[in-house]
Design a protein around this ligand. Structure first.
Ligand SMILES: *[C@@H]1O[C@H](CO)[C@@H](O)[C@H](O)[C@H]1NC(C)=O
Ligand SMILES: *[C@@H]1O[C@H](CO)[C@@H](O)[C@H](O)[C@H]1NC(C)=O
Length: 272
């Protein structure tokens, strides 16, 4: 199953994927027998490296052998999970370059520069549904939409300060709001994770009430610091880049001062 793909093809493929991404999240046509969604076959380190760098989130199935049951579960999962770029690799050279010794599904994401691995030691323990859940949980993006699965991934990130935008996705101003929010997200890479909470989605009422927000106050943004649960809320007439930058910077500064005070405290106590 070793099929070489040229760099040119990769570039073409990715520009196509980006176009799809920019066009919004239209549901992909359902695969028919002739129209099966296939992962990109990765045959060497350079192609794999380029593949990993090409999107916000990519997922690669690394298997010693394409006949393994977990490889076939992976291919089934690829059919069912939309909007994610999948790669498939059985080259022993590439596997060893990426330190893979057992079957492994690895998710690479840009937003916090993280590789998340799912090791498969027992084929019987894993199926397409579980693999899909692993992907859905960990697919954090520049702006991650909040839901019960991404909540887990967000919570597990090393980046412990979260900014939540509460917005009605069906509002005519939502797209423009998201453009500015996406732009701000890039300014705070590695410092703050940007999250979208759709105010109309079922279950998100609880998130809003946690921040004492009412629908009439939206759009609004809220900052949340996971370790001490400190929060700060800013209702916005409309989302502006400047307002978000100021809000985030002053929160980060406050956290920094607090952390320094706590560190000093600790040092003084140690000296005494
Ligand atoms: C493989 O592991 C080594 C040693 O832990 C590490 O230095 C290297 O960066 C890893 N390779 C990749 C591609 O992650
Ligand atoms: C959309 O934004 C414009 C300009 O900021 C504002 O005047 C208008 O009320 C907004 N519309 C909605 C439905 O929020």
């Amino acid at each position: 199953m070793e099929i070489c793909i040229s760099r040119g093809f990769l570039v073409f493929l990715f520009s196509w994927v980006f176009l799809l991404g920019c066009a919004g999240k239209e549901p992909m046509p359902q695969g028919t027998a002739e129209d099966v969604k296939e992962p990109v076959l990765l045959a060497d380190v350079a192609a794999t490296d380029a593949f990993i760098r090409a999107a916000e989130v990519v997922v690669i199935g690394f298997f010693q052998d394409s006949e393994l049951p977990e490889a076939s579960e992976f291919l089934t999962m690829v059919q069912n999970v939309q909007d994610v770029l999948f790669g498939f690799c059985t080259s022993s050279h590439v596997l060893s370059h990426y330190n893979v010794t057992v079957s492994m599904v690895s998710l690479f994401r840009v937003v916090d520069n993280k590789r998340q691995d799912l090791e498969i030691r027992d084929s019987k323990e894993i199926d397409a549904t579980k693999l899909g859940r692993f992907v859905r949980m960990n697919e954090l993006r520049w702006v991650t939409e909040y839901n019960p699965l991404t909540a887990v991934g967000l919570f597990n990130s090393m980046v412990q300060t979260h900014l939540l935008l509460f917005s009605d996705k069906s509002s005519p101003n939502h797209t423009e709001r998201m453009d500015k929010y996406q732009e701000a997200a890039r300014l705070f890479q590695g410092k703050i994770l940007f999250i979208l909470v759709d105010s109309q989605a079922k279950g998100n009422d609880r998130v809003m009430s946690y921040f004492h927000l009412k629908k009439s106050q939206l759009p609004a943004v809220a900052l949340y610091h996971v370790p001490d649960e400190e929060q700060d809320v800013l209702p916005l007439g409309e989302v502006s880049l400047e307002a978000m930058k100021d809000f985030c910077n002053s929160f980060l500064q406050r956290k920094q001062v607090k952390d320094n005070l706590e560190l000093e405290d600790k040092l003084i106590k140690q000296e005494l």
